[in-house]
Design a protein around this ligand. Structure first.
Ligand code: 13P
Length: 257
């Protein structure tokens, strides 16, 4: 990553894992391991039921807490949903939006990702917006079309100041939970393409300011090479974020890289 203009963000996405006692134990273990980290923003995005526990356990530390989704309406008859205001009021700082699992299993579309991003920004949350191509799309050589379309639609109507508050996570769907990591060169190629797309839509200055993460089977062994790439500003980590030692190794790779 380019440390002159951006700070690395290493975020764990716990997905549907950890009860409250398990969440407490993992964060208690992680706290001392990352206490000296200065140059990396450390974030844990946890299930809704763990947010209050996670916020209490990490109070006064350098670990920030995020949610894994939010609804786009402020309030109302949306059974089972959680609004951005509800999260912000708790002290939650980040929210993952448009994750491929939401797109794949819960009918999330670019239109609803856009609405959720607008709502999250209005509530003062920092959205981590996920984009990425399917294996079939990569094989058909349309990765750039797919990513450009997602970027244009997901950030439609969002101004430059708000865009700078967003993190974009490039997560090739074929690399998520499969053990197949994009090579560092593949990750760099698409992250650089995302930055070039933002430069066209906004400006070079805005594009340089935006944090672009890689996600997809990132782990203790491959993190250093991935974050060594100019346009890879950290990672969104699933499985490896559930183990304090592995997550810490990834954070150290970004801190020292
Ligand atoms: P894995 O690291 O388990 O592949 O998950 C990546 C991911 O989906 C993070 O949001």
């Amino acid at each position: 990553m380019n440390k002159n203009v951006r700070k690395a963000v290493i975020a764990g996405n716990w997905k549907m894992n950890k009860t409250r006692p398990e969440a407490k134990a993992l964060l208690e273990e992680l706290k001392p391991m990352v206490a000296d980290i200065k140059n990396v923003e450390v974030v844990a995005c946890v299930p809704f039921t763990n947010l209050e526990t996670a916020l209490a356990v990490t109070e006064g530390t350098n670990i920030k807490i995020g949610a894994e989704n939010c609804h786009f309406e402020k309030s109302g008859a949306f059974t089972g949903e959680i609004s951005a205001d509800m999260l912000a009021e708790m002290g939650v700082e980040y929210v993952v939006l448009g994750h491929s699992e939401r797109r794949q299993y819960f009918a999330e579309t670019d239109e609803t990702v856009n609405k959720r991003t607008v709502a999250a920004l209005a509530a003062g949350l920092k959205p981590i917006v996920c984009v990425g191509e399917l294996l079939w799309e990569r094989e058909c050589n349309i990765t750039e079309e797919v990513i450009a379309r997602q970027i244009k639609l997901d950030f439609f109507g969002i101004n430059a100041d708000d865009l700078k508050k967003c993190i974009i996570a490039y997560e090739p769907v074929w690399a998520i939970g499969t053990g197949k990591t994009a090579t560092a060169d593949q990750a760099e190629e698409v992250c650089a393409f995302i930055r070039a797309t933002l430069a066209k839509l906004y400006s070079a200055e805005v594009a340089e300011a935006v944090t672009i993460q890689y996600g997809g089977s990132m782990n203790a062994a491959n993190a250093a090479e991935l974050v060594s790439k100019t346009n890879v500003d950290g990672g969104l980590i699933g499985g490896a974020s559930l183990k304090a030692a592995d997550f810490t190794t990834i954070i150290n790779a970004a801190e020292n890289g």
